[in-house]
Design a protein around this ligand. Structure first.
Ligand SMILES: [Zn+2]
Ligand SMILES: [Zn+2]
Length: 343
């Protein structure tokens, strides 16, 4: 049963063609105060897989420290054995034995963020069609205060609700999506950023928006706004915080305890006219959008042609520790050299 629920959303982003994989250019981020965490050089897939592994081991240790036995066990089992459909040079699909669905799990987070993209991208594209609006990525920040993560999140969400009620906002924005990013500074203070894909009706002076944000927060005018040139990239930028809410490797047991208290807090949502639009949305053939991604790997079985090179796919069973190794092998092999003889 687990297998059937998983098969539709296990399409590995790594199978996307290079062009759609490219990260936004550095000038995407104009304000370092806001986006420091987003910088960094592009890492290899093997490195990323290894980091996910370490993050999970770290989380499992913390869960054990807190005597959260069930959570620790789930994390240990999540993605511990993998069925990898590969031609030897590309990975078409990865099916894990078990998924823990814990919010901070990097493997489950990736899948969740992909699901959100698959759900909202067609709606965004349809919403943008026939409307004179520009998508923008807006980051709203807050001042540092001594408060819990929960209080900090509530503070920024409440301020955003107030902002949406203001005439300025209604005049210039047509709705969009929001997601929370949690950070913690070196003094241990929590703060939350709100990442918004907003649909802007017309251009306005950014200083006006700063003034509005200051008016509703009382003490913060720091924000960052930049047009989104490609809606798929823009949405991906924003939902990544849903999968990776903060630097978990610097997490201590107390941080985890606090995070567990956020259990029912929403981290992503829609607002304004876009929200209403989503409720009534019926996808047409034109909106198959992300289907590009889904159909790529759907229904693939052993013996099918690799979507990238047409070589036959075979099923490779790996333990979690072997996945980074396999990526490494792929990365270091000259084209055509790796094959079914891998193990
Ligand atoms: Zn998981
Ligand atoms: Zn291939």
């Amino acid at each position: 049963m687990i297998q059937s629920t998983l098969s539709t959303d296990l399409i590995n982003f790594d199978t996307l063609p290079a062009a759609s994989q490219s990260k936004p250019s550095p000038q995407t981020y104009l304000d370092n105060r806001v986006t420091k965490s987003q910088r960094g050089t592009k890492r290899m897939r093997s490195q990323r897989a290894r980091e996910r592994l370490r993050t999970k081991e770290h989380l499992e240790r913390l869960a054990n420290e807190l005597h959260e036995v069930e959570l620790a066990d789930k994390l240990r089992r999540c993605h511990s054995r993998l069925s990898v459909l590969t031609c030897g040079r590309h990975i078409a699909q990865i099916i894990p034995n078990f998924t823990c669905e814990f919010r901070l799990c990097p493997d489950c987070g990736r899948r969740r963020s992909r699901k959100l993209q698959n759900k909202y991208l067609p709606m965004m594209r349809a919403f943008l069609r026939n409307r004179r609006i520009t998508p923008v990525h807006l980051v709203l920040t807050q001042t540092h205060r001594k408060e819990t993560r929960k209080q900090s999140a509530k503070r920024i969400k409440d301020a955003f609700v107030k902002l949406q009620r203001r005439a300025f906002w209604k005049e210039f924005f047509n709705g969009g999506t929001w997601s929370l990013e949690f950070t913690k500074d070196k003094n241990g203070l929590h703060h939350t950023h709100l990442h918004i894909v907003g649909f802007r009706r017309k251009f306005f002076d950014i200083e006006l928006l700063r003034g509005e944000w200051l008016a509703v927060t009382g003490d913060s005018h720091v924000l960052n706004l930049k047009p989104i040139l490609d809606i798929a990239t823009g949405l991906r930028e924003v939902v990544k915080y849903v999968s990776k809410p903060l630097d978990i490797r610097r997490f201590g047991a107390e941080d985890l305890r606090e995070f567990l208290k956020l259990k029912n807090m929403r981290m992503f949502g829609t607002f304004g006219e876009f929200r209403d639009f989503c409720k009534d949305f019926e996808p047409s053939d034109n909106d198959a959008a992300v289907g590009e991604l889904e159909s790529l790997a759907r229904d693939l079985v052993e013996g099918c042609a690799c979507p990238q090179c047409s070589a036959p796919l075979f099923d490779l069973r790996l333990s979690k520790g072997e996945l980074p190794q396999f990526y490494e092998q792929i990365e270091s092999s000259p084209p055509g050299k790796v094959g079914p003889s891998w193990n």
